[in-house]
Design a protein. Structure first.
Length: 460
């Protein structure tokens, strides 16, 4: 029986463990912080639970045109408010419950779970304290942690990482969010909806610079309309505590005062102290583990998955890397990881979801394609729900009509993108999508409508 040792119990680790057990391996998971990892306990599950509350709050605040009146309005503003201790207690309870459920599943499948810190003694021996575990296959899935700036050290009270937000007793009155990538945009959107006065500091020309520019523009317009202050083209040089809050000094000389500051300036891999380089595992720039498309490191029998590899740092990618590693290590047929089929979502309100090729790929000539963009405000279901922001963008190959990618901005875009993801993964054509029944009325109807537009369009 093949002995598999997995270091780290996050999505990359526990999904790999389940696959390995299914294939008959003897599996041990060594975990330091709790099964589910940061994804479940401090990052993805808590943040999306917070966003669920903020989204409901926004729907209530913006429901007057639907005939819903909120009583006891103060100064012309809705009196809707949130109780942060209740919100945070719910979030932490949900995270722990998800962790417990995942641990129970592993145990049920016969997987040994050890709490502790592991390191490689050599490629075939994993040490946990004084215990040595001999392994035929090792998977490193240790995740990453928030990057900290020397001039803005988090203190857990006023200067925070996103993992410290759920300890707050009150809603931040004036929250300054440093960093306008996915994490920064999500929390800025959420806390603005919850009632905080939010300032978002972005070093680029617009928020979410790695996303579709049209989508980022829509979301920035929504942020501004809801009262957020967005400071583009500037960086936070320092963040210091004041008597009753924080003072952020920007690279252009301006200063911003707030009650709290949230730092969202990237991730650092958890690869120190694991004995990886001593065992021959090559680490790349920033300390991330170098892996190929089947999750192999530079040492035979040692694999890596998830955020510690720096490969598209998403839970879904970590889980797939872990599964691929076990399929490959245990002799199953496996397709290498294909990042062009990975769907991602920014859980702002509205949401932004994307998959596959981008419109920039078409414009730059990297792919021979064409695209269409349909605004959601023409969709009948969107009108019924007073949805005015967002669009569906579909991209296909110029002559064959094979669907290459898409972008959706709107409510539940994270769910709507699945149709486009299936089309990209299965190499469907716009004709295939166009001939697929969509419910009427539905937001998903805009996906098939976009396909019909491309089907009928004549290539230039």
């Amino acid at each position: 029986m093949t002995k598999v040792v997995i270091i780290g119990g996050g999505p990359g680790g526990y999904e790999a463990a389940l696959v390995a057990a299914q294939l008959g391996a003897d599996v041990t998971v060594v975990d330091r912080d709790g099964i589910g990892g940061a994804c479940v306990l401090t990052d993805c599950v808590p943040s999306k639970s917070l966003i669920a509350t903020s989204t409901r709050t926004t729907y209530v605040r913006e429901s007057e045109t639907l005939g819903i009146q909120v009583d006891d309005q103060l100064d012309g503003k809705s009196s809707v408010h949130v109780d942060m201790p209740t919100v945070n207690n719910r979030i932490l309870a949900l995270a722990q419950a998800q962790s417990d459920d995942t641990r129970a599943r592993l145990v049920k499948e016969g997987i040994e779970v050890i709490s502790g810190e592991a390191r490689l003694v050599d490629p075939r021996i994993v040490a946990v304290g004084d215990t040595r575990i001999r392994a035929d296959v090792v998977l490193v899935a240790t995740g990453a942690h928030p990057r900290e700036l020397p001039s803005a050290r988090p203190d857990g009270e006023r200067i925070l990482t996103w993992r410290q937000l759920y300890d707050l007793d009150e809603l931040p009155e004036k929250l300054i969010v440093v960093g306008s990538g996915v994490t920064g945009a999500e929390f800025a959107s959420a806390y603005q909806s919850l009632g905080s006065n939010v300032t978002l500091v972005s070093s680029r020309e617009h928020v979410m610079p790695t996303q579709d520019p049209d989508a980022a523009r829509v979301l920035e317009e929504v942020f501004l309309r809801r009262g957020m202050t967005v400071l583009n083209r500037t960086r936070a040089e320092s963040v210091v505590r004041t008597d009753d809050g924080v003072l952020v000094t920007l690279s252009d000389g301006r200063t911003v005062e707030g009650s709290h500051c949230l730092m969202t300036v990237g991730m650092i891999p958890n690869t120190d102290g694991l004995g990886l380089e001593e065992a021959g595992v090559r680490l790349g720039q920033g300390g991330f583990v170098d892996v190929d498309r089947v999750s192999r490191t530079t040492v035979p029998g040692v694999y890596a998955a998830g955020d510690c590899t720096g490969v598209n740092m998403l839970a879904s990618v970590a889980a797939m890397q872990g599964r691929i590693a076990m399929w490959h290590a245990l002799g199953e047929a496996v397709a290498p990881l294909k990042l062009s089929t990975v769907a991602s979502t920014v859980f702002t309100h509205p949401e932004l979801a994307a998959v596959g090729a981008s419109e920039d790929d078409v414009r730059s000539g990297r792919i021979d394609g064409r695209s269409v963009t349909l605004p959601l405000n023409t969709n009948p279901r969107a009108k019924m729900n007073e949805v005015k922001d967002g669009f569906v963008k579909l991209i296909c190959r110029q002559h064959t009509g094979i669907v290459l990618g898409g972008v959706i901005v709107g409510p539940r875009a994270s769910e709507l993108i699945l149709a486009v993801s299936v089309a990209v993964q299965q190499r469907l054509t716009v004709d295939d999508l166009a001939h697929t029944f969509a419910v009427y009325p539905s937001l998903s109807g805009s996906v098939t409508e976009a396909a019909r537009s491309l089907m009928l369009a004549s290539p230039e």
